[in-house]
Write a protein that binds this ligand. Structure first.
Ligand code: PMV
Length: 357
């Protein structure tokens, strides 16, 4: 492992039943189970890692920016590298260089994609033989929702009940080929950073929102129903659960003190446009969902894509619409696909990475 660069690509996920609120801050244990779809191109994270005796301390670069590991939140997130080292009985420092193909901190789960890819590539680089489930437990401790990105397709994060978190992990409901007709359109309405991180925001919600008290029970029931709808490829049920759950999470955010407002006027215009579209169609042909940001994820079926794309693109304030589908979990890339670290100098390679997802 010493001196060899390992590189992996992984993907973000979009939650249809959301995780928002922890019962244990340190271990990152959620109040409710959640379900997501792991996404495909054009969204991916590419991460290279090098464990080398030449390094005097850990260095982490994300999209060309060196991370300040003296910052408490960053230190907490990346302390997981220490856990991997402990497991491998290694003290060697690491250089991590990561690149997202999409805007970070704007509600496209860049932290989930980054953390899942990091957990995956670090375990491979240290030669640890870990199951996907074990990796998902490690990724969960970097960024909760990341545990779901260890698998492709449709994924459930079981909240678990044990205090040590050993039963709070992700499992695949169905792989990326289960429902080929499903499409995820992402309407980008802003590329700016969110006003409060999801970590800080959800803590504030749990602490101050009286509405939140009813959310864990609601979301747990919704998760069980959604799992059945995914297995049965029941689009209408999936769509209704997805929209209601997004609204439920954002309602608790608004009920937080001081309020958390991730959705903006363009997001709300998209919500209204989708309801109008469904009403005119006489059935549910599209569903919206919003994470911790104003960008909309619209779930629809191939046969309705054109219509939905036209409707969403014409909402005033929509900058661009990306298209993605259920995608695969993380994988190692071959040398010829390009690394983000120069092995000889143990330095990041600057510039946009080459190679494909
Ligand atoms: O894992 P975090 O801390 O990035 O929290 C993400 C929470 C949401 O994206 C808003 C919902 C979810 O389940 O992904």
């Amino acid at each position: 492992m010493e001196g060899k660069v390992y590189t992996a690509v992984g993907s973000p996920n979009i939650a249809l039943v959301k995780y928002w609120g922890k019962r244990d801050e340190k271990r990152i244990l959620p109040h409710n189970s959640s379900i997501s779809i792991t996404l495909s191109l054009p969204l991916y994270t590419k991460t290279s890692i090098l464990f080398s005796k030449k390094l005097r301390k850990d260095e982490i670069y994300i999209n060309g920016m060196k991370q300040d590991l003296d910052d408490r939140e960053a230190r907490e997130r990346f302390s997981t590298i220490d856990k991997f080292r402990e497991m491998a009985k290694s003290k060697t420092k690491a250089l991590v260089v990561s690149y997202n193909s999409f805007p970070s901190s704007a509600g496209i789960a860049s932290s989930a994609s980054g953390a899942a890819t990091l957990a995956f590539v670090a375990s491979k680089a240290l030669g640890l033989s870990m199951s996907q489930r074990e990796m998902s437990i490690m990724a969960r401790q970097i960024s909760g929702s990341a545990c779901r990105s260890l698998f492709g397709g449709f994924v459930k994060w079981e909240k678990g009940t044990r205090r040590d978190g050993s039963d709070s992990y992700a499992r695949q409901i169905a792989d990326e080929n289960h429902w080929p007709a499903l499409v995820n359109l992402i309407a980008i309405v802003s590329k700016s950073k969110k006003h409060i991180s999801s970590r800080a925001g959800m803590k504030q919600t749990v602490g101050t929102s009286s509405l939140y008290k009813s959310r864990p029970g609601y979301a747990e029931t919704a998760s069980a129903r959604l799992e059945r709808a995914i297995r049965a490829r029941d689009f209408e049920t999936l769509a209704e659960i997805t929209m209601k759950d997004s609204n439920s999470m954002h309602a608790t955010m608004l009920d937080t003190w001081p309020p958390i407002l991730y959705m903006n006027d363009v997001s709300r215009r998209i919500v209204l446009r989708i309801h109008e579209l469904n009403e005119n169609a006489g059935k549910t042909i599209a569903a919206y969902t919003f994470d911790a940001g104003p960008n909309a994820h619209i779930i629809t079926l191939n046969k309705h894509k054109k219509k939905v794309l036209n409707a969403v693109s014409s909402v005033s304030g929509v900058i661009e619409v990306l298209e993605s589908r259920p995608g695969r979990g993380p994988r190692l890339v071959a040398d010829r696909e390009g690394h983000l670290i120069d092995r000889e100098t143990a330095k990041p390679i600057v510039g946009r990475p080459r190679g494909k997802r």
